[in-house]
Ligand binder design. Structure first.
Ligand SMILES: Cc1cc2nc3c(=O)[nH]c(=O)nc-3n(C[C@H](O)[C@H](O)[C@H](O)COP(=O)(O)O)c2cc1C
Length: 208
C-alpha cells in the first residue's frame, strides 16, 4: 500500500529521444518474470519503463524488486486516492499519454476477457480502454491449459486481434506452474524483450 500520494504527469515524465515502455502485469504466475523483463529492458539506451500491476499480479512479484531497478509500479490505489480535485492528473490517462508501447505480460484469462469486452474496472484496463489505437500494444496470454482451451478464450483472442487490433503473442507449450503440461505458458520473457528491442530498434548500453 502506498502511504504517500504519488503524481504522474506525462508531460513532465516523457524525456526527449526516449522510448517509454509501459508493462502491465496481471494475475498469472508468469508475473514473477516482471522484474527480469524490466531489468533487461533497462539495459538498452534511452529506455524508461513504468509498470502497472493488477492487484492479483502483486502476489507474484514485489514492487520493490522493480523499483530498485529504477522503474515505478502503479496500482489501483494510486488511481483511487480518495481526494480527486478538478485539474488533478488522472493516472490512467497520464500513463497512456506517456506510453510509446504497451505490453500486457502476462495477460491473465480474466484481463483477456475484460479487454475483449471493453471492461475498464481497474487501472490496467482503464488505461487500455483509453489508449490511442496508434500505440503499439502487445498481449502475452498466460494461463492454465484448460483455461486456454476454454471456448471463450478463442473468441476473446479473436476480438482482441480483429476488433481491438492488438498483437497477441503466445502462449507457448510447456510444463506449467500448476503442474499441467500443455499450451498456456507466457512467451519466454527474453523473447518479449526481443520483440520490443526489434520494434523500437533499441541499442544496448555499452558495457563498462
Ligand atoms: C496461485 C494462482 C495462480 C494463478 N495463475 C493464473 C494464471 O497463470 N493465469 C490466469 O489467467 N489466471 C491465474 N490465476 C487466477 C487469476 O489470478 C484471477 O483470475 C484474477 O482474478 C486475475 O485478476 P487480474 O486479471 O485483474 O490480474 C491464478 C490464481 C492463483 C491464486
Amino acid at each position: 500500500m502506498t502511504l504517500t500520494q504519488r503524481h504522474f504527469v506525462a508531460e513532465n515524465e516523457r524525456l526527449p529521444d526516449h522510448n517509454h515502455i509501459l508493462l502491465i502485469t496481471t494475475g498469472s504466475v508468469a508475473s514473477i518474470k516482471a522484474p527480469l523483463i524490466v531489468s533487461e529492458l533497462l539495459q538498452y539506451q534511452n529506455v524508461k519503463v513504468e509498470v502497472v500491476a493488477s492487484k492479483a499480479s502483486l502476489a507474484f512479484f514485489k514492487a520493490e524488486d522493480v523499483e530498485s531497478l529504477g522503474s515505478r509500479v502503479w496500482t489501483d490505489e494510486d488511481e483511487w486516492t480518495g481526494s480527486f480535485r478538478i485539474g488533478d492528473p488522472i493516472l490512467h490517462i497520464e500513463l497512456r499519454r506517456w506510453a510509446d508501447i504497451v505490453l500486457v505480460a502476462p495477460c491473465s484469462a480474466n484481463t483477456l476477457s475484460k479487454i475483449a469486452h471493453g471492461l475498464c474496472d481497474n487501472l490496467a484496463t482503464s488505461l487500455l480502454r483509453a489508449l490511442a489505437p496508434t500505440t503499439p500494444t502487445y498481449v502475452f496470454p498466460a494461463m492454465n491449459t484448460l483455461m486456454y482451451e476454454h471456448p471463450l478464450t478463442a473468441e476473446h483472442l479473436r476480438v482482441i486481434r480483429e476488433v481491438v487490433k492488438y498483437e497477441v503473442v503466445g502462449p507457448i507449450g510447456k510444463a506449467l506452474a500448476c503442474g499441467d503440461i500443455g499450451l498456456g505458458a507466457m512467451t519466454e520473457w527474453k523473447d518479449i524483450v526481443k520483440i520490443v528491442v526489434d520494434r523500437l530498434q533499441l541499442t544496448r548500453n555499452h558495457s563498462e
